[in-house]
Design a protein around this ligand. Structure first.
Ligand code: SF4
Length: 328
């Protein structure tokens, strides 16, 4: 989600480009007023990523955003007024094949739903999302995506599980108000990653109280952790008394060097030959540290022994060979 002030068109474009460069696949921008609708063509032209217009309450902004080229509208139909307004928004989106994302969270529940459930239970959240969806369904509009977020990871997971069981709409996963970098990443990893491992979820957003580029890095790491990422995965051991090389530094350098590697491979960086070779054999490429040196493995075979300061180069050479083989 872009976080530059809405009035700052250049700032938003700059941030969109930065996020695209970091691997973002879908952008969302807040459209709080008429002037900010102009952000939509500006951002789309600059970076070409699908763009979601985030609207609250004003159906006219949804209509204008659809006309301005938004690829998805995030709006809750129950918050935009009478049925005629909902119908106009549904119609504007239908004619342009634009999906609508409904987003509910613990703080946004309707009075009648809160009264029924007492507090924001998982089922209350799902009921709220399905209530908003029903308003669109009444307009024969079903190109709907649901997000049902909570800052409580257990509630969020239970709600998405219920939603997956109770409807066929695609689900956009997220833990809302997850917090700052560290705790936010952990909560998101548990909630989003856990659901993805259960086969639930179609798109994700990591919400951090941090620059949005860090949300992209966090999302990428979560996807990698559950085997849904792109590019290289680095596995590394925690080190122990047997480690005789600077494995922590090496693992970080390998991770940095492979940050943009698009090959779907696993690279193992292991501290010693006790467990290292076994793990490294499972990986596409690996190193097991020795005394000031490393044994390089590729596809299960020991290739050679190299001095410590040549380990990174040797691993990258093997990655390159693998790339050539796969491209051949
Ligand atoms: Fe220790 Fe070797 Fe295991 Fe790393 S791989 S934790 S150095 S035994």
């Amino acid at each position: 989600m872009l976080s530059a002030p809405s009035a700052d068109r250049e700032g938003n474009v700059r941030q969109a480009l930065e996020l695209a460069d970091a691997g973002c696949e879908i952008l969302r921008v807040a459209i709080p007023d008429k002037d900010s609708v102009a952000l939509i063509p500006a951002i789309k032209e600059a970076c070409g990523l699908p763009l979601v217009a985030d609207i609250h309450f004003d159906y006219r902004l949804a209509l204008e955003s659809a006309a301005a080229g938004a690829d998805k509208i995030r709006v809750n139909p129950g918050n935009i007024g009478d049925g005629n307004r909902v119908r106009q928004v549904a119609e504007a989106c239908r004619t342009r094949a634009i999906p609508i994302r409904i987003g509910v969270n613990s703080g946004s529940l309707e009075k009648h739903i809160l009264e029924k459930h007492g507090h924001p239970t998982p089922q209350a959240l799902v009921d709220s999302a399905l209530y908003h969806a029903s308003l669109l369904e009444q307009c024969d509009f079903t190109d709907i995506v649901l997000s049902i977020k909570s800052s409580d990871v257990g509630v969020m997971m239970a709600a998405y599980r219920l939603a997956a069981a109770q409807c066929d709409y695609p689900l956009h996963l997220g833990v809302t108000e997850a917090g700052t970098r560290r705790i936010g990443l952990i909560k998101s990893a548990v909630g989003i990653g856990g659901l993805l491992l259960e086969g639930i979820g179609d798109t994700v957003r990591v919400s951090l109280t941090a620059p949005p580029v860090e949300e992209i890095a966090a999302a990428r790491d979560i996807l990698r952790a559950v085997g849904r990422g792109r590019g290289a995965t680095v596995i590394s051991c925690p080190t122990c008394g047997r480690t005789k090389i600077d494995l922590m530094g090496l693992a970080e350098r390998v991770e940095d060097a492979l940050e943009r590697c698009e090959l779907p491979i696993t690279v193992a960086v292991m501290g010693c030959a006790v467990n290292g070779p076994g793990e490294a054999r499972e990986a596409d490429i690996g190193v097991a540290g020795g005394d000031g040196c490393g044994l390089i493995f590729a596809r299960g075979e020991v290739l050679r022994k190299v001095p410590f300061d040549k380990i990174l180069d040797a691993l990258l050479e093997e990655v390159e060979k693998l790339r050539e083989e796969r491209n051949a």
